[in-house]
Design a protein around this ligand. Structure first.
Ligand code: GLC
Length: 478
């Protein structure tokens, strides 16, 4: 199959969150299955062109602006660094900035990107069977193909797949942006759109041939008000087109047998070597080097989604249990400030590093005993999978991809500690289950080995996407 994969970020070129890892892992796995998949994203200024051997593709691409027929010439660059042809759209005004997201004109920036994607296919005269977009940034593609594109013989045959990585980010704008996107016909308002507004996530959901999320459980959760963020009526209407496919983990990129960031490399047979990583992690975080004290780690964005409120709420009770906690991440200033007080409140027990530091995170995955991921909601999540592979037992809230990847130790084949509901009590009860197990090193090791043996490779997910593409094609051309 020929597939064009449109996305706002892709590792290793540019990464803000888990989306970038998916945009790296999935296309590669699809290539391995023999598909002609290519990736397209904006060329942000921060992307290091020489590191990834970006080369210009001539001639430059005229991208229409607004309704007037005016165009802007953009540079296209291409890289083969990942083994998947990856195209970059360079337009200085929109993408010559330091950050990927967070500007008031983000909707314009990504609508412009979408128009460039559409123009690009015709420009190189390559019409994929499937156009696969991700998150609200690509929502415009689906609206355009379902309206203006339908009258165009080049675009009409293209089947579409839309993947939702997070319902919390929707991209809601005034409907004047329709004209900016070159859509002049009347566009019917969706039931979930306030009058005069367009919701770009909703547009992807409404117009794609097939919609999916990044875990089966999240695909069911978002049909409810608790997780649907207001779009549940639309999702329910499209439930027959809605699927859930778990993300994979790149087993080469995350391998404790060869990870150079670790103080000691290890596998399931040499788990005793983790002690050296624990010491190194305690040292790096300025915590007392005590092997017998359980080391808990939280790695990730400090935002409400990640359930950090539960930690802040239960801090006194948590540290009364005598554990160490290492925190590594950046996020909302309020949370950063709250955690910054922990080391002085809980000296010798809490250490907080407000930073994005991949090397340090690897050492922590390889040395921590328990990996905390109490997310309020979690479409898939990557940290818990990495933790399992590195022998740190995950402690997670029973939602989304966390529930789909971790089983509680009280069940057969347990791989971690799973709690519900989302309360401090349930969270602390899971901490206590972890501490009880920790007192029995032989039993702990059994669970560690089982966690390490879980298979989260991309191959299985790629097969599921293959099916999804076939369905999209069949639905598009009945
Ligand atoms: C978003 C979600 C996360 C998911 C990632 C990749 O960041 O919050 O759960 O793993 O996208 O799909």
């Amino acid at each position: 199959m020929e597939i064009l994969y449109a996305v706002a970020e892709a590792a290793p070129f540019v990464k803000v969150g888990g989306l970038a890892d998916v945009a790296y892992g999935l296309p590669r796995a699809l290539r391995a299955l023999g598909h002609d998949v290519r990736v397209i994203l904006p060329r942000y200024r921060t992307i290091n062109g020489s590191a990834y051997d970006l080369r210009p593709l001539r001639p430059p691409l005229p991208v229409p602006l607004g309704l007037t027929g005016e165009t802007r010439l953009v540079e296209i660059e291409v890289s083969e660094a990942t083994g998947v042809p990856t195209y970059f759209i360079w337009e200085e005004h929109y993408f010559g900035r330091d950050e990927v997201y967070g500007y008031p004109d983000d909707p314009q920036r990504f609508i412009f990107f979408c128009r460039a994607v559409l123009a690009f296919m015709r420009h190189i005269n390559w019409r994929p069977q499937v156009l696969h977009g991700n998150d609200w940034h690509t929502g415009f593609l689906f609206l355009w193909l379902a309206t203006a594109g339908r009258r165009d013989r080049f675009y009409r045959p293209i089947a579409t797949v839309f993947t939702i990585h997070n319902m919390a980010y929707q991209g809601i704008t005034g409907d004047a942006l329709l004209a900016f996107g070159g859509i002049h016909e009347h566009v019917e308002r969706l039931e979930v759109e306030p009058p005069g507004h367009v919701n770009w996530l909703a547009r992807g959901i409404a117009h794609a041939d097939v919609v999916n999320t990044v875990s089966p459980r999240y695909a069911r959760e978002i049909l409810t008000p608790e997780f649907g963020f207001g779009l549940e009526p639309l999702l329910q209407r499209r439930a027959d087109r809605l699927f859930g496919i778990l993300n994979g983990l790149d087993p080469e990129a995350w391998d404790p047998r060869s990870d150079p960031a670790l103080a000691a490399r290890f596998d399931a047979e040499t788990l005793e070597r983790r002690a050296e990583n624990k010491r190194a992690a305690q040292h790096a975080f300025g915590l007392p080097l005590r092997e017998e004290v359980p080391l808990f780690a939280l790695i990730g964005r400090l935002i409400e989604q990640k359930g950090v409120d539960l930690l802040l709420e239960t801090a006194d009770a948590l540290f009364a249990r005598g554990i160490q906690v290492a925190i590594l991440g950046t996020g909302m200033p309020e949370y950063e400030a709250a955690f910054a007080q922990w080391p002085s409140r809980f000296p010798g027990q809490a250490s907080v590093r407000i930073a994005f530091d991949e090397e340090l995170s690897r050492l922590l995955y390889g040395g921590a005993d328990v990996f905390l991921m109490p997310s309020k909601f979690e479409p898939c999540g990557l940290g818990q999978m990495i933790a399992m592979r590195y022998g740190a037992l995950p402690l997670v809230h029973a939602v989304g991809g966390l529930a789909d990847t971790v089983r509680d130790v009280s069940q057969e084949d347990g791989t971690g500690f799973v709690f519900a509901p989302f309360t401090g009590e349930a969270f602390l009860a899971a901490v206590d289950r972890a501490l009880a197990l920790y007192r029995d090193p032989a039993a702990w090791r059994v669970i560690q080995r089982r966690a390490m043996a879980q298979d989260f490779s991309w191959a299985a997910s790629a097969r599921a996407y293959e099916d999804l593409y076939r369905r999209a094609i069949a639905w598009h051309n009945p």
